[in-house]
Write a protein that binds this ligand. Structure first.
Ligand SMILES: C[S@@+](CC[C@H](N)C(=O)[O-])C[C@H]1O[C@@H](n2cnc3c(N)ncnc32)[C@H](O)[C@@H]1O
Length: 274
């Protein structure tokens, strides 16, 4: 059954998506068509499979968040786990006259799609890291060792670091290392926008992948013990402990997948480096 669905998907839905985008572009204003033209053709074909709805929801949320919080002229923006690069067209509006957007991901196909889709966006670059993740297998590169982080950025150089749906694939030890790295690369008072799946007293009736029954370390859970990195949840108190002393919480948008009250899928935290 699964194979038939997969076959139908690539025979019908995927080719139809090209026609759908073409028609949407014909009927749109130039400003809207620009966004349609910056959807990767490969968006359904890699580790970072997404739906159009989620794609557009992310871009809308980040257009607002960056407009409200990012006050620096010509900022440096780093997107950790950029996937197919849905933040690049958003960030482009902030860096086109200077500054730089850098998307980093471990998935080779995603980075190749970013290079192809966003080649016309000035000051937007992408880097395939050697950092491994058990849920996103890499091939063709020598992975970094635990504790090492392969990011081509200097300390105190970034005004904003974004990590959407990435800490939800990291166990506690890796999360501590990456949060330390984010703190290190941010400038004084720099911002980070990071999403987490906060464990609440709630059962998701639609998808068991968001029901965290297996404890990994105190406050850290997985829904998928066979490969914990597939879906990691964290209790709110454990998150505050993780952030403690390093970041001030400027804003918190709750995630509906784990019973939060807002329309965002995951919990988003807007953080400022202390
Ligand atoms: C669920 S996807 C989210 C992609 C994108 N941020 C978005 O919101 O659409 C998670 C991404 O994180 C990447 N990733 C996971 N662990 C990583 C690591 N240690 N370093 C870099 N990228 C990583 C995966 O390859 C994948 O593209």
């Amino acid at each position: 059954m699964r194979n038939i669905l997969k076959y139908l998907f690539y025979m019908v839905y995927y080719p139809a998506s090209f026609v759908w985008r073409k028609l949407d572009g014909i009927g749109s204003w130039k400003e809207t068509k620009w966004w349609i033209d910056h959807v990767p053709d490969a968006m359904f074909t890699s580790a970072t499979y997404a739906s159009y709805a989620v794609w557009i929801q992310h871009q809308g949320m980040f257009s607002v968040l960056m407009s409200l919080y990012l006050k620096k002229d010509k900022p440096n923006i780093l997107d950790f786990g950029c996937g197919m690069g849905n933040l690049a067209p958003v960030a482009y509006h902030f860096v086109r006259n200077g500054g730089k957007f850098l998307g980093i991901d471990t998935d080779a196909k995603s980075i190749a799609a970013c290079h192809k889709t966003y080649k016309d966006l000035e000051n937007c670059e992408f880097y395939r890291t050697r950092d491994p993740n058990a849920w996103y297998p890499q091939d063709g590169v020598q992975p970094t060792k635990p504790g090492e982080i392969d990011w081509p950025v200097k300390s105190n150089s970034q005004d904003l670091v974004v990590a959407m749906s990435v800490f939800t694939h990291l166990q506690e030890k890796a999360a501590i290392d990456y949060l330390k790295k984010i703190h290190d690369v941010l400038v004084q008072d720099g911002l980070a926008i990071i999403s987490f799946l906060i464990v609440r007293d709630y059962v998701n009736p639609n998808n068991d992948i968001y029901n965290y029954k297996h404890r990994l370390t105190p406050g850290w859970f997985t829904a998928t013990p066979a490969c914990p990195e597939c879906s990691i949840g964290i209790e709110h108190n454990a998150l505050l402990k993780l952030l403690g002393g390093k970041f001030k919480v400027l804003g918190h948008i709750e995630g509906c997948l784990t019973g939060g009250k807002h329309p965002s899928l995951q919990d988003l935290f807007v953080l400022q480096k202390i």
